[in-house]
Design a protein around this ligand. Structure first.
Ligand code: PBG
Length: 310
């Protein structure tokens, strides 16, 4: 009766991995319950999720071919572009969000154009913006409702907005991965999306976990550049950032319950060390209490069932 916080199924965003390299769904070993799907299977999964009350999916693509210009990231018939079209056709009301990044499409696995000499990596920020903008426009053209840049290049929100407007996609919203930290908790995702950097790491463009004020500056910049929604990522180890972002900016705020956070609970539950249902629902509740409006989680379908069954 006096409960202050509620998690609703409508708050959940369900990430889907769509791959061009597989003939049928393939489990992601480090994320039990998560699969790489073909386009057809992704449509079926989106339909099933919709039937359970989930209103939104977030798409990641694994292309057959990678190169140094991430060409499949902005190809009109790329894997994500095809998946968007197919899902929008089958479930028109599903809010389809696309991850806009180059790491899954680059032969070297970095989020932008990169010069690599041994372990030394230099990512070219401004040169990468054009490719990211092309990817976003190609997603919008395929029917994406929201594009979500996760690359962490400076100036990408403005670049995406400008390119979307120029192409006539005024109504495509931008969900910015505004405060995205260089985190060990992304480990399992890089197996799922086959996007681990071949050399170096992402610390030159993702944020230092020690910096909260810098996170607020990053969020302010993205809002100034016209982000419609902002995200904090990862979630659990960054609830303080989530709280401060929501309090300060009062924007629609999303949190990413990332792969490593999901894998920890799954592993402990498999050993009988944690109650998976109780632990997962407690984490989702904590995100809401800390200010999240939207929660991106691999546990979306389980959570929808648990929330429904009470
Ligand atoms: C792409 C991207 C990553 C995640 C979302 N988009 C990986 C990374 O930055 O290395 C991580 C999601 C997760 O761990 O669940 N840049």
């Amino acid at each position: 009766m006096v409960r202050e916080t509620q998690v609703a199924v409508a708050d959940l965003i369900y990430p889907l991995f769509v791959s061009e390299r597989i003939a049928s769904r393939t489990p992601v070993t480090s994320m039990p319950g998560v699969f790489q799907f073909t386009v057809e299977e992704a449509v079926a999964e989106a339909q099933a999720a919709w039937g359970e009350g989930i209103q939104s999916v977030l798409l990641f693509g694994i292309p057959a071919e990678k190169d140094a210009l991430a060409q499949q990231a902005y190809a009109a018939d790329g894997i994500v572009q095809r998946a968007v079209r197919a899902i929008k056709q089958a479930v028109p009301q599903m809010i389809v969000i696309t991850d806009v990044c180059l790491c899954e499409y680059m032969s070297h696995g970095h989020c932008g154009i990169a010069h690599i000499e041994g372990e030394h990596v230099r990512v070219l920020n401004d040169e990468s913006l054009e490719l990211l903008a092309r990817a976003a426009v190609s997603h919008a053209a395929a029917g994406a409702d929201v594009v979500a840049p996760s690359d962490m290049m400076d100036g990408r929100v403005a670049a995406l907005r400008e390119a979307l407007e120029a192409a006539g996609f005024q109504n495509t919203a931008i969900l910015s991965y505004a405060a995205k930290f260089a985190s060990a908790f992304y480990g399992p995702f890089r197996d799922a999306a086959d996007s681990a950097p071949q050399a170096g790491d992402r610390r030159s463009y993702q944020m230092d976990p020690a910096n909260a004020l810098e996170a607020l500056r990053e969020v302010a910049l993205d809002i100034e550049e016209s982000a419609d929604m902002v995200m904090v990522k990862p979630g659990l180890a960054y609830l303080d950032i989530l709280w401060r972002v929501k309090e300060r900016f009062e924007m629609p705020t999303a949190v990413y319950h990332v792969s490593g956070e999901y894998a920890m609970v799954k592993a402990a539950a498999a050993n009988g060390w944690l109650d998976e249902r109780a632990a997962t629902l407690e984490v989702l509740l904590a995100f809401k209490r800390a200010g999240a409006d939207l929660i991106i989680t691999y546990a979306a379908r389980d959570a929808a069932r648990w929330l429904r069954d009470g």
